[in-house]
Write a protein that binds this ligand. Structure first.
Ligand code: ADP
Ligand code: MG
Length: 246
């Protein structure tokens, strides 16, 4: 579903991604771990073109993401792809002036052409799924961090994306709110939604994901099934990272 071939990203003289090869199969859940500054967010941002890759290839379901297009054609291409890859951030990025339901319906109405009734039906279903049916009319400011993040996940799902990208979605939350967000992600995992998850929670990664990739200094150091990678890492850098984070 997602494939990276030799992905490179340079900021000025800083080489942040130094030739990343990675693939996520349809229905697979991949966790990406690594020290702060190793390039995890830049990788996710390059996948959905919030950053333009300096080199290499990004593919989504058989379409070249970083296509060589210009002007309007490029814009159309990017907008189309962003619908298919929804990203959830550490800072929820909900629209503060819209209710929870409006946050969920605006994308499907404006970008997918759903009617208000259709979008609201979809919104209600998703709010039930994340346990927030009673918050449809609330404004984001009235929600806890965990609730906001669950709305953000529901909003992303409302677009029925091919892939969900998660960037440390629980790291801004108070510890007691982490589990409710992880529970929602576990439910998604059970539905085999294709997901690429950047996380610093090894226990969650081990429990929920099919494949773990350890990155350091812009390169993939080691990868494998999470139980194997976490219990028996081969590379000294993976070992040293896990010693600090397990
Ligand atoms: P991680 O998510 O693994 O913590 P990031 O992808 O955020 O790592 O950052 C990797 C490196 O790239 C860091 O050194 C960071 O300072 C740098 N970086 C990220 N975004 C930019 C940018 N827009 N301009 C310049 N440097 C950046
Ligand atoms: Mg990051």
């Amino acid at each position: 579903m997602v494939e990276l071939k030799g992905l490179r990203k340079v900021f000025g003289r800083l080489e942040v991604l130094r030739g990343i090869d990675m693939s996520v199969d349809k229905g697979q859940i991949l966790s990406l771990i690594g020290p702060s500054g190793s390039g995890k967010s830049t990788l996710l941002r390059s996948v959905n073109l919030l950053e333009t890759p300096t080199g290499g290839e990004v593919w989504l379901d058989g379409t070249r993401v970083n296509a060589d297009l210009k002007g309007l054609a490029y814009e159309r291409h990017v907008n189309g792809l962003r619908r298919e890859m929804q990203m959830v951030f550490q800072q929820f990025n909900l629209f503060p002036h819209l209710t929870v339901m409006q946050n969920l319906t605006i994308g499907p109405m404006k970008l997918l052409g759903l009617s208000k009734a259709e979008a609201e039906a979809r919104g209600e279903e998703l709010l039930c799924k994340v346990g927030l049916a009673e918050k449809a009319l609330a404004y984001p400011a009235r929600l806890s961090g965990g609730q906001k993040q669950r709305v953000a996940i529901a909003r992303a799902l409302a677009m029925r994306p091919k892939v969900m990208l998660f960037d440390e979605v629980t790291s801004a939350l108070d510890p007691e709110l982490v589990d409710e967000v992880n529970a929602v992600m576990k439910d998604l995992a059970a539905e085999h939604i294709t997901m690429l998850i950047v996380t610093h929670e090894m226990r969650f990664a081990a429990e929920v994901t099919d494949w773990a990739v350890f990155m350091d200094e812009g390169m993939v150091v080691e990868e494998g099934p999470p139980d194997r990678l976490f219990s028996d890492p081969e590379h000294p850098r993976t070992r040293s990272f896990l010693r600090k984070h397990l």
